[in-house]
Design a protein around this ligand. Structure first.
Ligand code: AGP
Length: 617
Protein backbone atom coordinates (compact mmCIF):
# COMPACT_ATOMS: atom_id res chain seq x y z
CA UNK A 1 0.00 0.00 0.00
CA UNK A 2 2.93 2.37 0.50
CA UNK A 3 4.22 4.75 -2.14
CA UNK A 4 7.77 4.63 -3.45
CA UNK A 5 9.77 7.02 -5.67
CA UNK A 6 13.38 6.80 -6.76
CA UNK A 7 15.14 9.31 -9.00
CA UNK A 8 18.61 9.75 -10.45
CA UNK A 9 19.47 12.24 -13.19
CA UNK A 10 20.07 15.93 -13.62
CA UNK A 11 17.16 17.50 -11.73
CA UNK A 12 17.18 18.33 -8.00
CA UNK A 13 16.32 14.87 -6.68
CA UNK A 14 14.53 15.92 -3.49
CA UNK A 15 12.22 18.14 -5.52
CA UNK A 16 11.35 15.21 -7.80
CA UNK A 17 10.82 12.96 -4.77
CA UNK A 18 8.59 15.40 -2.88
CA UNK A 19 6.47 16.12 -5.97
CA UNK A 20 6.21 12.40 -6.61
CA UNK A 21 5.29 11.56 -3.02
CA UNK A 22 2.50 14.15 -3.15
CA UNK A 23 1.02 12.16 -6.01
CA UNK A 24 1.46 8.90 -4.11
CA UNK A 25 0.16 9.95 -0.70
CA UNK A 26 -3.15 8.30 -1.53
CA UNK A 27 -1.34 4.97 -1.08
CA UNK A 28 -0.65 5.65 2.59
CA UNK A 29 0.18 8.65 4.70
CA UNK A 30 1.12 7.48 8.20
CA UNK A 31 4.70 8.64 7.82
CA UNK A 32 6.94 9.95 5.06
CA UNK A 33 10.63 10.30 4.26
CA UNK A 34 13.32 10.88 1.69
CA UNK A 35 16.97 9.86 1.38
CA UNK A 36 19.41 11.61 -0.94
CA UNK A 37 23.04 11.44 -1.84
CA UNK A 38 25.38 14.16 -0.62
CA UNK A 39 29.18 14.45 -0.76
CA UNK A 40 29.12 13.18 2.85
CA UNK A 41 27.05 10.10 2.17
CA UNK A 42 23.31 9.47 2.07
CA UNK A 43 21.16 11.71 4.28
CA UNK A 44 17.73 10.63 5.50
CA UNK A 45 14.97 13.07 6.46
CA UNK A 46 11.75 11.49 7.68
CA UNK A 47 8.88 11.94 10.08
CA UNK A 48 5.69 10.39 11.34
CA UNK A 49 2.66 12.03 9.73
CA UNK A 50 2.12 13.35 6.27
CA UNK A 51 4.62 14.68 3.76
CA UNK A 52 4.01 18.28 4.87
CA UNK A 53 5.77 17.42 8.17
CA UNK A 54 8.93 16.44 6.31
CA UNK A 55 8.60 19.49 4.07
CA UNK A 56 8.37 21.81 7.05
CA UNK A 57 11.38 20.10 8.66
CA UNK A 58 13.30 20.75 5.48
CA UNK A 59 12.01 24.33 5.27
CA UNK A 60 13.27 24.98 8.80
CA UNK A 61 16.67 23.54 7.95
CA UNK A 62 17.88 24.72 4.51
CA UNK A 63 20.73 22.57 3.25
CA UNK A 64 22.75 23.09 0.06
CA UNK A 65 23.59 19.37 -0.16
CA UNK A 66 19.89 18.65 -0.25
CA UNK A 67 19.21 21.15 -3.03
CA UNK A 68 22.19 19.96 -5.08
CA UNK A 69 21.52 16.24 -4.80
CA UNK A 70 20.54 14.48 -8.03
CA UNK A 71 19.93 10.99 -6.65
CA UNK A 72 17.48 9.86 -4.00
CA UNK A 73 14.55 7.73 -2.88
CA UNK A 74 11.32 8.58 -1.06
CA UNK A 75 8.46 6.81 0.67
CA UNK A 76 5.00 7.38 2.04
CA UNK A 77 3.87 4.66 4.45
CA UNK A 78 0.75 2.75 5.39
CA UNK A 79 1.87 0.99 8.54
CA UNK A 80 1.76 -2.80 8.71
CA UNK A 81 4.68 -3.89 10.92
CA UNK A 82 5.22 -1.35 13.68
CA UNK A 83 3.38 1.84 14.59
CA UNK A 84 3.50 4.95 12.41
CA UNK A 85 6.45 6.54 14.22
CA UNK A 86 9.46 8.43 12.86
CA UNK A 87 11.75 5.48 13.65
CA UNK A 88 9.51 3.13 11.69
CA UNK A 89 9.21 5.60 8.80
CA UNK A 90 11.13 4.81 5.61
CA UNK A 91 13.81 5.16 4.24
CA UNK A 92 15.67 2.75 6.51
CA UNK A 93 19.41 2.48 6.83
CA UNK A 94 21.43 -0.70 7.30
CA UNK A 95 25.12 0.31 7.28
CA UNK A 96 25.79 1.83 3.86
CA UNK A 97 22.51 0.51 2.45
CA UNK A 98 19.40 2.72 2.42
CA UNK A 99 16.04 1.43 1.26
CA UNK A 100 12.30 1.89 0.92
CA UNK A 101 9.79 -0.94 0.79
CA UNK A 102 6.19 -1.59 -0.18
CA UNK A 103 4.48 -4.83 0.86
CA UNK A 104 5.13 -7.45 3.48
CA UNK A 105 8.03 -9.79 4.26
CA UNK A 106 6.13 -12.86 5.42
CA UNK A 107 9.17 -14.70 6.80
CA UNK A 108 10.46 -11.66 8.68
CA UNK A 109 10.53 -13.44 12.06
CA UNK A 110 12.93 -16.10 10.77
CA UNK A 111 15.04 -13.47 9.01
CA UNK A 112 15.12 -11.29 12.10
CA UNK A 113 16.31 -14.09 14.36
CA UNK A 114 19.10 -14.97 11.88
CA UNK A 115 20.17 -11.34 11.70
CA UNK A 116 20.14 -10.97 15.49
CA UNK A 117 22.44 -14.01 15.70
CA UNK A 118 24.79 -12.24 13.28
CA UNK A 119 24.90 -9.28 15.67
CA UNK A 120 22.69 -6.82 13.80
CA UNK A 121 20.50 -4.56 15.90
CA UNK A 122 17.54 -3.32 13.85
CA UNK A 123 16.37 0.08 15.02
CA UNK A 124 12.79 -0.06 13.87
CA UNK A 125 9.93 -2.52 14.40
CA UNK A 126 9.49 -2.89 10.65
CA UNK A 127 10.05 -5.92 8.47
CA UNK A 128 11.46 -3.56 5.82
CA UNK A 129 14.67 -2.60 7.60
CA UNK A 130 15.74 -6.26 7.73
CA UNK A 131 16.12 -6.36 3.98
CA UNK A 132 18.95 -3.82 4.21
CA UNK A 133 20.98 -6.17 6.41
CA UNK A 134 20.40 -9.02 3.99
CA UNK A 135 21.83 -6.86 1.18
CA UNK A 136 24.73 -5.83 3.39
CA UNK A 137 25.54 -9.46 4.18
CA UNK A 138 25.68 -10.29 0.49
CA UNK A 139 27.99 -7.36 -0.20
CA UNK A 140 30.22 -8.43 2.70
CA UNK A 141 30.44 -11.84 1.01
CA UNK A 142 31.83 -10.13 -2.11
CA UNK A 143 28.73 -9.78 -4.28
CA UNK A 144 28.19 -6.69 -6.40
CA UNK A 145 25.52 -4.21 -5.26
CA UNK A 146 22.99 -5.33 -7.88
CA UNK A 147 23.61 -9.04 -7.25
CA UNK A 148 23.34 -8.45 -3.52
CA UNK A 149 19.86 -6.95 -3.95
CA UNK A 150 18.89 -9.87 -6.21
CA UNK A 151 20.19 -12.51 -3.82
CA UNK A 152 18.67 -10.84 -0.76
CA UNK A 153 15.32 -10.51 -2.50
CA UNK A 154 15.29 -14.23 -3.23
CA UNK A 155 15.49 -14.92 0.50
CA UNK A 156 12.21 -13.24 1.33
CA UNK A 157 8.65 -14.52 1.02
CA UNK A 158 5.70 -12.24 0.40
CA UNK A 159 4.47 -9.78 -2.17
CA UNK A 160 6.57 -6.65 -2.12
CA UNK A 161 8.91 -4.29 -3.90
CA UNK A 162 12.09 -2.55 -2.75
CA UNK A 163 14.08 0.41 -3.99
CA UNK A 164 17.63 0.50 -2.66
CA UNK A 165 20.69 2.80 -2.64
CA UNK A 166 24.17 2.14 -1.35
CA UNK A 167 26.68 4.76 -0.21
CA UNK A 168 29.48 2.83 -1.88
CA UNK A 169 27.67 2.96 -5.24
CA UNK A 170 26.70 6.57 -5.76
CA UNK A 171 24.36 7.41 -8.61
CA UNK A 172 22.83 3.94 -8.75
CA UNK A 173 19.36 2.94 -7.57
CA UNK A 174 18.14 -0.65 -7.70
CA UNK A 175 14.46 -1.59 -7.64
CA UNK A 176 13.07 -5.12 -7.36
CA UNK A 177 9.52 -6.25 -7.79
CA UNK A 178 7.63 -9.31 -6.67
CA UNK A 179 3.97 -8.53 -6.18
CA UNK A 180 3.79 -4.83 -5.35
CA UNK A 181 3.91 -2.63 -8.45
CA UNK A 182 6.89 -0.66 -9.73
CA UNK A 183 6.88 1.55 -12.80
CA UNK A 184 9.97 2.88 -14.53
CA UNK A 185 10.64 5.70 -17.01
CA UNK A 186 13.62 7.37 -18.65
CA UNK A 187 13.81 11.08 -17.85
CA UNK A 188 14.03 12.92 -21.21
CA UNK A 189 16.60 15.21 -19.51
CA UNK A 190 18.80 12.22 -18.62
CA UNK A 191 18.58 9.64 -15.85
CA UNK A 192 15.45 7.80 -14.80
CA UNK A 193 12.63 7.57 -12.29
CA UNK A 194 11.04 4.58 -10.53
CA UNK A 195 7.72 4.72 -8.68
CA UNK A 196 4.87 2.63 -7.29
CA UNK A 197 2.61 3.93 -10.03
CA UNK A 198 2.81 6.19 -13.04
CA UNK A 199 1.45 9.35 -11.40
CA UNK A 200 4.79 10.79 -10.20
CA UNK A 201 6.23 10.11 -13.66
CA UNK A 202 3.59 11.75 -15.86
CA UNK A 203 4.96 15.25 -15.55
CA UNK A 204 8.26 14.13 -17.09
CA UNK A 205 7.16 11.55 -19.67
CA UNK A 206 4.24 9.32 -20.62
CA UNK A 207 6.47 6.45 -21.81
CA UNK A 208 6.69 3.98 -18.96
CA UNK A 209 7.63 0.39 -18.29
CA UNK A 210 5.67 -1.65 -15.73
CA UNK A 211 8.12 -4.07 -14.11
CA UNK A 212 7.01 -7.68 -14.12
CA UNK A 213 7.23 -9.80 -11.00
CA UNK A 214 10.72 -11.22 -10.69
CA UNK A 215 12.41 -8.26 -12.37
CA UNK A 216 15.09 -5.93 -11.12
CA UNK A 217 15.59 -2.39 -12.45
CA UNK A 218 18.88 -0.56 -12.24
CA UNK A 219 18.69 3.18 -12.85
CA UNK A 220 21.62 5.57 -13.16
CA UNK A 221 22.49 8.79 -15.04
CA UNK A 222 23.28 6.53 -18.00
CA UNK A 223 19.71 5.24 -18.17
CA UNK A 224 17.97 2.02 -17.25
CA UNK A 225 18.69 -1.70 -17.24
CA UNK A 226 16.28 -4.52 -16.44
CA UNK A 227 17.45 -7.90 -15.21
CA UNK A 228 15.83 -11.16 -14.25
CA UNK A 229 15.76 -11.52 -10.48
CA UNK A 230 16.43 -15.23 -10.80
CA UNK A 231 19.35 -15.29 -13.24
CA UNK A 232 20.54 -11.71 -13.63
CA UNK A 233 20.03 -12.02 -17.41
CA UNK A 234 19.23 -8.75 -19.19
CA UNK A 235 15.64 -8.16 -20.23
CA UNK A 236 14.55 -5.71 -22.93
CA UNK A 237 11.77 -3.59 -21.46
CA UNK A 238 8.67 -2.99 -23.59
CA UNK A 239 7.71 0.62 -22.82
CA UNK A 240 4.07 1.70 -23.23
CA UNK A 241 2.70 5.20 -23.74
CA UNK A 242 0.03 6.26 -21.23
CA UNK A 243 -2.92 8.44 -22.14
CA UNK A 244 -3.34 10.04 -18.71
CA UNK A 245 -2.35 13.70 -18.48
CA UNK A 246 -0.89 15.78 -15.66
CA UNK A 247 -3.98 18.06 -15.60
CA UNK A 248 -6.07 15.06 -14.61
CA UNK A 249 -4.06 14.66 -11.44
CA UNK A 250 -4.52 18.22 -10.18
CA UNK A 251 -7.50 19.49 -8.18
CA UNK A 252 -8.58 21.84 -10.96
CA UNK A 253 -10.00 24.47 -8.60
CA UNK A 254 -12.04 22.06 -6.44
CA UNK A 255 -11.36 22.02 -2.69
CA UNK A 256 -10.92 18.24 -2.72
CA UNK A 257 -10.09 15.56 -5.27
CA UNK A 258 -13.20 13.66 -4.21
CA UNK A 259 -15.47 16.53 -5.21
CA UNK A 260 -13.66 17.00 -8.50
CA UNK A 261 -14.00 13.30 -9.18
CA UNK A 262 -17.73 13.33 -8.38
CA UNK A 263 -18.17 16.12 -10.95
CA UNK A 264 -16.00 14.29 -13.49
CA UNK A 265 -18.44 11.37 -13.60
CA UNK A 266 -20.35 12.51 -16.71
CA UNK A 267 -17.15 12.85 -18.76
CA UNK A 268 -15.76 9.61 -17.30
CA UNK A 269 -18.92 7.86 -18.52
CA UNK A 270 -18.52 9.36 -22.01
CA UNK A 271 -14.89 8.22 -22.15
CA UNK A 272 -15.81 4.74 -20.92
CA UNK A 273 -18.61 4.33 -23.48
CA UNK A 274 -16.47 5.69 -26.33
CA UNK A 275 -13.47 3.55 -25.55
CA UNK A 276 -15.30 0.33 -24.69
CA UNK A 277 -17.64 0.25 -27.69
CA UNK A 278 -16.77 -0.18 -31.33
CA UNK A 279 -17.99 3.24 -32.49
CA UNK A 280 -17.58 2.32 -36.16
CA UNK A 281 -20.61 0.02 -35.83
CA UNK A 282 -24.17 1.28 -35.86
CA UNK A 283 -25.62 -1.74 -33.99
CA UNK A 284 -26.00 -1.26 -30.23
CA UNK A 285 -23.49 -2.64 -27.72
CA UNK A 286 -20.76 -3.85 -30.06
CA UNK A 287 -17.81 -4.10 -27.69
CA UNK A 288 -14.46 -2.91 -29.05
CA UNK A 289 -12.69 -6.17 -29.87
CA UNK A 290 -10.01 -7.63 -27.60
CA UNK A 291 -9.22 -10.94 -25.96
CA UNK A 292 -11.54 -10.30 -23.02
CA UNK A 293 -14.60 -9.79 -25.22
CA UNK A 294 -14.51 -13.36 -26.55
CA UNK A 295 -14.15 -14.74 -23.05
CA UNK A 296 -17.11 -12.68 -21.88
CA UNK A 297 -19.37 -13.45 -24.81
CA UNK A 298 -18.76 -17.20 -24.58
CA UNK A 299 -19.19 -17.45 -20.82
CA UNK A 300 -22.06 -19.51 -19.45
CA UNK A 301 -21.75 -17.99 -15.98
CA UNK A 302 -19.84 -15.06 -14.48
CA UNK A 303 -18.32 -14.91 -11.01
CA UNK A 304 -17.53 -11.34 -9.98
CA UNK A 305 -14.92 -11.04 -7.24
CA UNK A 306 -14.16 -7.69 -5.61
CA UNK A 307 -13.73 -5.69 -2.40
CA UNK A 308 -15.38 -2.56 -1.01
CA UNK A 309 -16.99 -0.26 -3.53
CA UNK A 310 -16.03 -2.54 -6.43
CA UNK A 311 -18.03 -5.26 -4.70
CA UNK A 312 -21.10 -3.02 -4.57
CA UNK A 313 -20.79 -2.14 -8.25
CA UNK A 314 -20.57 -5.87 -8.95
CA UNK A 315 -23.82 -6.42 -7.03
CA UNK A 316 -25.55 -3.95 -9.35
CA UNK A 317 -23.78 -5.55 -12.30
CA UNK A 318 -25.43 -8.83 -11.30
CA UNK A 319 -28.92 -7.28 -11.57
CA UNK A 320 -28.25 -6.02 -15.07
CA UNK A 321 -26.31 -9.00 -16.35
CA UNK A 322 -29.04 -11.37 -15.20
CA UNK A 323 -31.93 -9.14 -16.18
CA UNK A 324 -30.73 -7.98 -19.61
CA UNK A 325 -27.91 -10.39 -20.40
CA UNK A 326 -29.69 -13.51 -19.10
CA UNK A 327 -26.47 -14.95 -17.73
CA UNK A 328 -26.14 -16.40 -14.19
CA UNK A 329 -23.87 -14.25 -12.04
CA UNK A 330 -22.24 -14.90 -8.66
CA UNK A 331 -20.79 -12.03 -6.66
CA UNK A 332 -18.48 -12.47 -3.70
CA UNK A 333 -16.00 -10.59 -1.56
CA UNK A 334 -12.52 -11.60 -2.65
CA UNK A 335 -11.44 -12.02 0.97
CA UNK A 336 -14.24 -14.53 1.56
CA UNK A 337 -14.12 -16.37 -1.76
CA UNK A 338 -10.40 -16.86 -1.31
CA UNK A 339 -10.73 -19.18 1.65
CA UNK A 340 -13.76 -21.27 0.83
CA UNK A 341 -14.23 -24.09 -1.60
CA UNK A 342 -16.40 -22.91 -4.42
CA UNK A 343 -18.02 -24.80 -7.22
CA UNK A 344 -18.04 -23.19 -10.64
CA UNK A 345 -20.10 -24.37 -13.57
CA UNK A 346 -18.62 -25.35 -16.94
CA UNK A 347 -17.53 -22.29 -18.92
CA UNK A 348 -17.73 -20.07 -15.88
CA UNK A 349 -15.55 -16.99 -16.16
CA UNK A 350 -14.01 -15.38 -13.09
CA UNK A 351 -13.92 -11.57 -13.15
CA UNK A 352 -11.60 -9.64 -10.83
CA UNK A 353 -13.20 -6.21 -10.39
CA UNK A 354 -10.80 -3.64 -8.95
CA UNK A 355 -10.38 0.03 -9.82
CA UNK A 356 -6.72 -0.05 -8.78
CA UNK A 357 -6.03 -3.46 -10.26
CA UNK A 358 -3.77 -4.14 -7.29
CA UNK A 359 -6.06 -5.26 -4.45
CA UNK A 360 -4.31 -8.21 -2.80
CA UNK A 361 -7.37 -10.39 -2.14
CA UNK A 362 -8.87 -9.90 -5.60
CA UNK A 363 -5.54 -10.63 -7.22
CA UNK A 364 -5.06 -13.74 -5.09
CA UNK A 365 -8.42 -15.18 -6.20
CA UNK A 366 -7.64 -14.43 -9.84
CA UNK A 367 -4.27 -16.19 -9.57
CA UNK A 368 -5.71 -19.17 -7.73
CA UNK A 369 -8.46 -19.72 -10.29
CA UNK A 370 -6.04 -19.22 -13.17
CA UNK A 371 -3.97 -22.07 -11.75
CA UNK A 372 -7.12 -24.21 -11.91
CA UNK A 373 -7.53 -23.26 -15.58
CA UNK A 374 -10.63 -21.17 -15.00
CA UNK A 375 -10.77 -18.39 -17.63
CA UNK A 376 -10.24 -14.99 -16.00
CA UNK A 377 -11.15 -11.41 -16.82
CA UNK A 378 -10.07 -8.18 -15.16
CA UNK A 379 -12.08 -4.98 -14.89
CA UNK A 380 -9.86 -2.13 -13.77
CA UNK A 381 -9.16 1.57 -14.20
CA UNK A 382 -5.40 1.28 -14.25
CA UNK A 383 -3.45 0.25 -17.34
CA UNK A 384 -0.43 -1.81 -16.51
CA UNK A 385 -1.85 -2.78 -13.11
CA UNK A 386 -1.16 -6.32 -11.94
CA UNK A 387 -4.73 -7.54 -12.49
CA UNK A 388 -4.75 -6.04 -15.99
CA UNK A 389 -1.62 -7.98 -16.84
CA UNK A 390 -2.42 -11.27 -15.18
CA UNK A 391 -6.05 -11.71 -16.18
CA UNK A 392 -6.78 -13.73 -19.30
CA UNK A 393 -8.43 -10.62 -20.77
CA UNK A 394 -8.92 -7.13 -19.37
CA UNK A 395 -11.63 -4.52 -19.71
CA UNK A 396 -10.75 -0.99 -18.68
CA UNK A 397 -12.85 1.77 -17.25
CA UNK A 398 -11.80 5.19 -18.52
CA UNK A 399 -12.35 7.23 -15.38
CA UNK A 400 -8.88 8.80 -15.53
CA UNK A 401 -6.78 8.94 -12.39
CA UNK A 402 -8.81 8.75 -9.19
CA UNK A 403 -6.82 10.32 -6.36
CA UNK A 404 -9.38 10.62 -3.55
CA UNK A 405 -9.27 7.47 -1.44
CA UNK A 406 -13.07 7.24 -1.68
CA UNK A 407 -14.00 5.62 -4.98
CA UNK A 408 -16.49 7.70 -6.96
CA UNK A 409 -15.99 7.90 -10.72
CA UNK A 410 -14.32 4.50 -10.75
CA UNK A 411 -17.58 3.13 -9.27
CA UNK A 412 -19.90 4.68 -11.86
CA UNK A 413 -17.62 3.70 -14.75
CA UNK A 414 -17.61 0.11 -13.48
CA UNK A 415 -21.42 0.31 -13.51
CA UNK A 416 -21.27 1.64 -17.08
CA UNK A 417 -19.12 -1.32 -18.08
CA UNK A 418 -21.48 -3.87 -16.55
CA UNK A 419 -24.35 -2.19 -18.38
CA UNK A 420 -22.49 -2.50 -21.67
CA UNK A 421 -21.73 -6.16 -20.96
CA UNK A 422 -25.40 -6.77 -20.16
CA UNK A 423 -26.41 -5.03 -23.39
CA UNK A 424 -23.88 -6.94 -25.47
CA UNK A 425 -25.09 -10.27 -24.08
CA UNK A 426 -28.69 -9.25 -24.71
CA UNK A 427 -27.83 -8.47 -28.32
CA UNK A 428 -26.11 -11.83 -28.58
CA UNK A 429 -29.37 -13.58 -27.63
CA UNK A 430 -31.49 -11.47 -29.97
CA UNK A 431 -30.22 -8.87 -32.42
CA UNK A 432 -31.80 -5.47 -31.92
CA UNK A 433 -33.21 -6.29 -28.47
CA UNK A 434 -30.69 -3.99 -26.81
CA UNK A 435 -31.47 -0.90 -28.89
CA UNK A 436 -33.74 0.76 -26.32
CA UNK A 437 -31.37 0.11 -23.44
CA UNK A 438 -28.53 1.48 -25.56
CA UNK A 439 -30.38 4.72 -26.24
CA UNK A 440 -31.21 5.09 -22.55
CA UNK A 441 -27.61 4.39 -21.61
CA UNK A 442 -26.03 6.98 -23.88
CA UNK A 443 -28.21 9.70 -22.37
CA UNK A 444 -26.73 9.07 -18.92
CA UNK A 445 -23.72 11.42 -19.09
CA UNK A 446 -25.91 14.35 -20.10
CA UNK A 447 -28.51 13.48 -17.49
CA UNK A 448 -25.89 13.25 -14.75
CA UNK A 449 -24.18 16.45 -15.85
CA UNK A 450 -27.43 18.44 -15.67
CA UNK A 451 -28.22 16.87 -12.31
CA UNK A 452 -24.87 17.91 -10.89
CA UNK A 453 -24.32 21.19 -12.65
CA UNK A 454 -27.71 22.50 -13.77
CA UNK A 455 -29.30 25.64 -12.28
CA UNK A 456 -30.40 23.69 -9.28
CA UNK A 457 -27.29 21.53 -8.90
CA UNK A 458 -28.11 18.82 -6.36
CA UNK A 459 -25.04 19.55 -4.20
CA UNK A 460 -26.60 22.74 -2.76
CA UNK A 461 -29.68 20.87 -1.61
CA UNK A 462 -27.59 18.07 -0.11
CA UNK A 463 -25.34 20.56 1.70
CA UNK A 464 -28.37 22.14 3.34
CA UNK A 465 -29.68 18.74 4.46
CA UNK A 466 -26.23 17.73 5.73
CA UNK A 467 -26.09 20.88 7.86
CA UNK A 468 -29.37 19.91 9.51
CA UNK A 469 -28.49 16.29 10.26
CA UNK A 470 -24.79 16.60 11.03
CA UNK A 471 -25.20 15.97 14.76
CA UNK A 472 -27.28 12.82 14.50
CA UNK A 473 -25.91 9.66 16.10
CA UNK A 474 -26.03 7.33 13.13
CA UNK A 475 -27.37 6.69 9.65
CA UNK A 476 -29.22 3.86 7.96
CA UNK A 477 -29.32 3.75 4.16
CA UNK A 478 -32.09 1.54 2.82
CA UNK A 479 -33.11 0.47 -0.67
CA UNK A 480 -34.32 -2.48 -2.69
CA UNK A 481 -33.22 -3.95 -6.01
CA UNK A 482 -30.29 -2.02 -7.54
CA UNK A 483 -30.80 0.69 -4.88
CA UNK A 484 -29.76 -1.79 -2.18
CA UNK A 485 -26.07 -1.87 -3.21
CA UNK A 486 -26.23 1.94 -3.42
CA UNK A 487 -27.45 1.89 0.20
CA UNK A 488 -24.40 -0.20 1.10
CA UNK A 489 -22.17 2.16 -0.83
CA UNK A 490 -23.70 5.21 0.88
CA UNK A 491 -23.02 3.72 4.30
CA UNK A 492 -19.45 2.78 3.35
CA UNK A 493 -18.73 6.29 2.08
CA UNK A 494 -20.09 7.93 5.23
CA UNK A 495 -17.99 5.72 7.49
CA UNK A 496 -14.94 6.04 5.28
CA UNK A 497 -14.69 9.82 4.97
CA UNK A 498 -16.94 11.30 7.69
CA UNK A 499 -16.27 8.67 10.39
CA UNK A 500 -20.01 8.53 11.12
CA UNK A 501 -21.50 5.19 11.97
CA UNK A 502 -23.74 4.09 9.12
CA UNK A 503 -25.32 0.90 7.87
CA UNK A 504 -26.70 -0.07 4.51
CA UNK A 505 -29.69 -2.40 4.52
CA UNK A 506 -32.01 -4.08 2.10
CA UNK A 507 -35.18 -2.20 3.05
CA UNK A 508 -37.10 -5.42 3.69
CA UNK A 509 -34.50 -6.57 6.24
CA UNK A 510 -34.94 -3.68 8.67
CA UNK A 511 -37.71 -5.31 10.62
CA UNK A 512 -35.61 -8.43 11.14
CA UNK A 513 -33.48 -6.73 13.76
CA UNK A 514 -31.99 -3.34 12.96
CA UNK A 515 -35.29 -1.52 13.43
CA UNK A 516 -34.61 -1.85 17.17
CA UNK A 517 -31.91 0.80 16.68
CA UNK A 518 -34.24 3.36 15.16
CA UNK A 519 -35.18 6.35 17.32
CA UNK A 520 -35.01 10.17 17.17
CA UNK A 521 -31.22 10.15 17.16
CA UNK A 522 -31.00 8.30 13.84
CA UNK A 523 -31.27 9.32 10.21
CA UNK A 524 -32.71 6.96 7.63
CA UNK A 525 -31.83 7.67 4.00
CA UNK A 526 -34.47 6.02 1.85
CA UNK A 527 -33.44 5.32 -1.73
CA UNK A 528 -36.76 4.86 -3.50
CA UNK A 529 -36.67 5.72 -7.20
CA UNK A 530 -39.88 5.18 -9.13
CA UNK A 531 -39.11 1.55 -9.95
CA UNK A 532 -40.50 -1.89 -9.53
CA UNK A 533 -39.49 -1.92 -5.81
CA UNK A 534 -40.67 1.59 -4.80
CA UNK A 535 -43.93 0.65 -3.16
CA UNK A 536 -42.34 -2.00 -0.96
CA UNK A 537 -39.58 0.40 0.06
CA UNK A 538 -42.18 3.01 0.98
CA UNK A 539 -44.00 0.57 3.25
CA UNK A 540 -40.69 -0.16 5.00
CA UNK A 541 -40.27 3.57 5.39
CA UNK A 542 -43.65 3.86 7.12
CA UNK A 543 -42.37 1.41 9.76
CA UNK A 544 -39.30 3.55 10.34
CA UNK A 545 -41.19 6.83 10.37
CA UNK A 546 -43.32 5.58 13.26
CA UNK A 547 -40.13 5.19 15.37
CA UNK A 548 -39.15 8.86 15.17
CA UNK A 549 -36.07 8.78 12.92
CA UNK A 550 -35.27 11.71 10.64
CA UNK A 551 -36.04 10.63 7.10
CA UNK A 552 -34.15 11.74 4.01
CA UNK A 553 -36.17 10.55 1.03
CA UNK A 554 -34.50 10.23 -2.36
CA UNK A 555 -36.89 9.61 -5.22
CA UNK A 556 -38.84 10.87 -8.18
CA UNK A 557 -39.55 14.63 -8.12
CA UNK A 558 -43.30 13.95 -8.34
CA UNK A 559 -43.43 11.29 -5.66
CA UNK A 560 -45.68 13.17 -3.25
CA UNK A 561 -46.16 10.15 -0.99
CA UNK A 562 -42.42 9.80 -0.42
CA UNK A 563 -42.08 13.56 -0.01
CA UNK A 564 -44.82 13.60 2.66
CA UNK A 565 -43.12 10.86 4.61
CA UNK A 566 -39.70 12.53 4.46
CA UNK A 567 -38.31 15.33 6.64
CA UNK A 568 -35.90 16.14 3.82
CA UNK A 569 -36.32 15.24 0.18
CA UNK A 570 -33.83 14.93 -2.68
CA UNK A 571 -35.45 14.74 -6.10
CA UNK A 572 -33.91 12.46 -8.71
CA UNK A 573 -33.88 13.55 -12.35
CA UNK A 574 -36.59 12.13 -14.59
CA UNK A 575 -35.24 8.92 -16.09
CA UNK A 576 -37.01 6.65 -18.51
CA UNK A 577 -35.47 3.39 -17.43
CA UNK A 578 -35.60 3.39 -13.62
CA UNK A 579 -32.93 0.69 -13.49
CA UNK A 580 -30.50 3.44 -14.41
CA UNK A 581 -31.44 5.60 -11.41
CA UNK A 582 -28.40 4.13 -9.67
CA UNK A 583 -26.22 6.71 -11.46
CA UNK A 584 -27.88 9.82 -9.93
CA UNK A 585 -28.44 7.86 -6.68
CA UNK A 586 -24.70 7.24 -6.50
CA UNK A 587 -24.06 10.97 -6.87
CA UNK A 588 -26.51 11.68 -4.02
CA UNK A 589 -24.85 9.33 -1.53
CA UNK A 590 -21.38 10.47 -2.58
CA UNK A 591 -22.29 14.14 -2.06
CA UNK A 592 -24.05 13.48 1.24
CA UNK A 593 -20.99 11.83 2.74
CA UNK A 594 -18.76 14.50 1.19
CA UNK A 595 -20.77 17.35 2.73
CA UNK A 596 -20.95 15.65 6.15
CA UNK A 597 -17.20 15.01 6.05
CA UNK A 598 -16.52 18.66 5.22
CA UNK A 599 -18.79 19.76 8.09
CA UNK A 600 -16.92 17.43 10.45
CA UNK A 601 -13.60 18.73 9.18
CA UNK A 602 -12.13 15.34 8.33
CA UNK A 603 -9.42 14.79 5.76
CA UNK A 604 -11.74 14.01 2.87
CA UNK A 605 -9.18 12.81 0.34
CA UNK A 606 -6.99 10.92 2.76
CA UNK A 607 -9.21 9.54 5.51
CA UNK A 608 -7.53 8.03 8.54
CA UNK A 609 -6.32 4.41 8.53
CA UNK A 610 -7.01 3.95 4.83
CA UNK A 611 -5.15 3.80 1.55
CA UNK A 612 -6.29 3.85 -2.05
CA UNK A 613 -4.96 0.51 -3.10
CA UNK A 614 -5.01 -2.26 -0.56
CA UNK A 615 -2.08 -4.42 -1.55
CA UNK A 616 -1.94 -6.35 1.71
CA UNK A 617 -4.31 -9.09 2.73
C1 AGP B 1 -13.94 2.80 -1.64
O1 AGP B 1 -14.33 4.11 -1.39
C2 AGP B 1 -12.87 2.29 -0.82
N1 AGP B 1 -11.74 3.14 -0.79
C3 AGP B 1 -12.55 0.81 -0.91
O2 AGP B 1 -13.66 0.14 -0.40
C4 AGP B 1 -12.19 0.22 -2.28
O3 AGP B 1 -13.30 0.23 -3.11
C5 AGP B 1 -11.67 -1.22 -2.08
O4 AGP B 1 -10.51 -1.17 -1.31
C6 AGP B 1 -11.42 -1.94 -3.38
O5 AGP B 1 -10.45 -1.31 -4.14
P1 AGP B 1 -10.20 -1.71 -5.65
O6 AGP B 1 -11.41 -1.36 -6.43
O7 AGP B 1 -9.00 -0.90 -6.04
O8 AGP B 1 -9.93 -3.18 -5.69
Amino acid sequence: MCGIVGYVGTRPAVDVLVRGLKRLEYRGYDSTGVAFETPRGILIEKSEGKLERVESLMGANPNADRSNSVCGIGHTRWATHGKPTTTNAHPHRAGSVVLVHNGIIENYREIKSELLKLGYKPESETDSELFGYLVLEEMKAGQSFVNSVRRAFKKIDGACSFVVMDEKHPGVIVGARNGSPLVLAKDPQGGAILASDAQPILEYTKDVYFLENGEVAIISPQGVEIQSLETGARITPAFVTLNWSVDQIDKGGYPHYMLKEIYEQPSALVDTFNSSLDRSRSEPFVLAPHKGVDLLMNAKELTLIACGTSYYSSMIGKYWLENYGEIPVNVDFASEYRYRSSVLREQSVLVGVSQSGETADTLAVLRELKKKNVPTLGLTNVRGSTISREAGGTFFTYAGPEIGVAATKSFTTQLATFLMWAGALREKHKKGSGQKLFEEMIQLPHLLKSYLEGDNGVQKKIRSIATQVQNKKGFFFIGRGPSFPIALEGALKLKEIAYIHAEGYAAGELKHGPIAMIDESMVVVVLAPKDHWREKTISNLEEVKARGATIIGVGDANDSHLKDLSHHFVALPAIENEDLSVFPLAAVVQLLSYELAVLKGTDVDQPRNLAKSVTVE
